[in-house]
Design a protein around this ligand. Structure first.
Ligand code: ZN
Length: 380
C-alpha cells in the first residue's frame, strides 16, 4: 500500500511526464522544443528564491535554474528535453499499461525530467535558498556540444556534483563510459569514364579495399581488455561504418572522391590521438582522416554516499557498471565534477513504445531526495 503522499506524488509525476511526452521536442522542430521549455519554465516560475536563466548556443536553448546569488550549486540536477525523431506524430502520445508510462521519450528522458522538476520544486519550497541547481538542455541526442558542454565552457557553470538520470538503471550506476570518435575518411582520384578504368584510380574502390583491414583490427580487439568490472563484456574498442558516399550520380562514371564515416567507441588506455594514429597506419597514406567528434573515455566517480543510499532505499546491492554509450556526464567528468548516472527502470529506448516504470520513478525520486537531504538539506 502506498501512503497518501506517495499516491499524490505518483499522480503528479505521471501527469507531468505525459504532458511533456506529448510535445514533439525533436531536433527538426525548434518551435516544439521552445514550447517544452515554456512548460518547464511554467513549472518553475513560482519557486521561491530561484533565478531562471536562458542560454542559447548554435540555436539550441538551455535553461539554468539556480538559487539566487549562487553560480556554483552543491548539487546540480541535469536533464535534456530533446527526444529522437519518429515519422508519425501519434508516437508522441502516451498510455499507462502494466505500471509503465509508454510513449516516445518516456524513458529518455521526459519521465526523469518530471522527477527532477518535482524534486527541485519541493526542495526549494521547503528550504528556500538550498544549494540545488537544475540544468535543462535540448541537444543531448545531437551530442550535447551546444548544451551541457557550452554551459560548462561558455557560461561558466560549475557544481559540486551532478545528478544525470540518463544511463544505467536503479541499481546499476555507471562509473565509466567509452570515448567517442566520429571520423570521416576520404579517398581522392580523377573522375573518368567507367569504360576505361585503367585511366584513373577509383577512390570508391580504394575505400572498399582499405576499410576491411580496419574492421579486422577492431574485431581482434574483442576481449583484449580484461577488467575487474564484469558487467560489460564489450569493454574494447569497436568501429561501425555508418555512411559511404560519393558525389557521383552516373552509373558509367568513376567518381572523383569517395567518403565514409566511422563511429568508433573506445575504453582507456586508447585516446582519440592514439586511435587516429593507428587508423592512419591501417588506412594508408592515400586515405585522409577528418575528425568530426572526439571525446575521451570518462570516469564518472559517483559519490559513495549516493551509492550507499541506493542500496538502502532499494534493499538491493549496487553494480558499478561500464557503458559503451556516452552521456552528457562526460562534460562534467572533464571538469573533474563527480557524476551520478543511474535512473529508474526504462526500456525500448528510442523506440515508439519507449517506457518508464512508475514505481521505480518513485524509488529514484526517494534516492535523490534523501541524497539531497543528507548532503545539503540543512545548509544554504
Ligand atoms: Zn538521453
Amino acid at each position: 500500500m502506498k501512503s497518501a503522499n506517495a499516491k499524490i506524488l505518483q499522480d503528479q509525476l505521471i501527469r507531468l511526464t505525459r504532458d511533456l511526452i506529448v510535445i514533439e521536442s525533436t531536433d527538426s522542430k525548434p518551435e516544439e522544443r521552445a514550447r517544452c521549455f515554456q512548460v518547464v519554465r511554467n513549472h518553475l516560475d513560482e519557486v521561491p528564491g530561484v533565478v531562471l536563466k536562458r542560454h542559447e548556443y548554435s540555436g539550441y536553448e538551455s535553461l539554468l535554474a539556480l538559487p539566487e546569488g549562487t553560480d556554483h550549486p552543491e548539487i546540480l540536477l541535469c536533464a535534456h528535453l530533446d527526444v529522437v525523431e519518429h515519422p508519425q506524430s501519434e508516437s508522441y502520445r502516451s498510455e499507462i499499461k502494466d505500471g509503465r508510462i509508454i510513449g516516445a521519450g518516456a524513458g529518455d528522458m521526459k519521465g526523469q525530467m518530471a522527477i527532477l522538476l518535482e524534486l527541485f520544486r519541493k526542495r526549494h519550497s521547503e528550504n528556500p535558498g538550498i544549494s540545488l541547481g537544475l540544468a535543462i538542455t535540448s541537444d543531448e541526442e545531437q551530442g550535447g556540444e551546444a548544451g551541457v558542454c557550452c554551459l560548462l565552457k561558455e557560461a561558466g557553470l560549475r557544481c559540486g556534483v551532478a545528478i544525470i538520470p540518463d544511463g544505467g538503471s536503479l541499481n546499476r550506476i555507471t562509473v565509466e563510459e567509452k570515448g567517442i570518435l566520429h571520423l570521416q575518411i576520404r579517398a581522392r582520384g580523377h573522375s573518368s569514364h567507367a569504360a576505361r578504368p585503367w585511366l584513373a584510380e577509383n577512390p570508391l574502390e580504394r575505400l572498399l579495399v582499405r576499410i576491411p583491414p580496419v574492421l579486422h583490427w577492431f574485431k581482434e580487439q574483442r576481449g583484449s581488455q580484461e577488467g575487474s568490472l564484469e558487467s560489460d563484456p564489450h569493454w574494447y574498442p569497436t568501429c561501425s561504418v555508418t555512411m559511404m558516399e560519393t558525389p557521383n550520380d552516373s552509373v558509367n562514371c568513376i567518381p572523383e572522391t569517395a567518403m565514409a564515416t566511422l563511429d568508433i567507441r573506445f575504453p582507456p588506455p586508447w585516446t582519440c590521438d592514439t586511435l587516429i594514429e593507428k587508423l592512419g597506419k591501417l588506412l594508408g597514406e592515400e586515405v585522409e582522416i577528418e575528425k568530426i567528434i572526439g571525446a575521451e573515455p570518462s570516469h564518472l566517480a559517483p559519490d559513495e554516499s549516493f551509492v550507499k543510499l541506493t542500496t538502502e532505499v532499494t534493499g538491493e546491492p549496487v553494480d558499478l557498471i561500464r557503458s559503451s554509450g556516452a552521456s552528457d556526464g562526460r562534460f562534467f567528468a572533464e571538469q573533474g565534477i563527480p557524476v551520478m548516472l543511474s535512473r529508474p527502470e526504462v526500456g525500448n529506448l528510442h523506440g515508439e513504445d519507449e517506457w518508464i516504470d512508475v514505481d521505480s520513478m518513485l524509488v529514484y525520486y526517494e534516492i535523490c531526495d534523501r541524497y539531497i537531504g543528507k548532503k545539503i538539506g540543512d545548509r544554504r
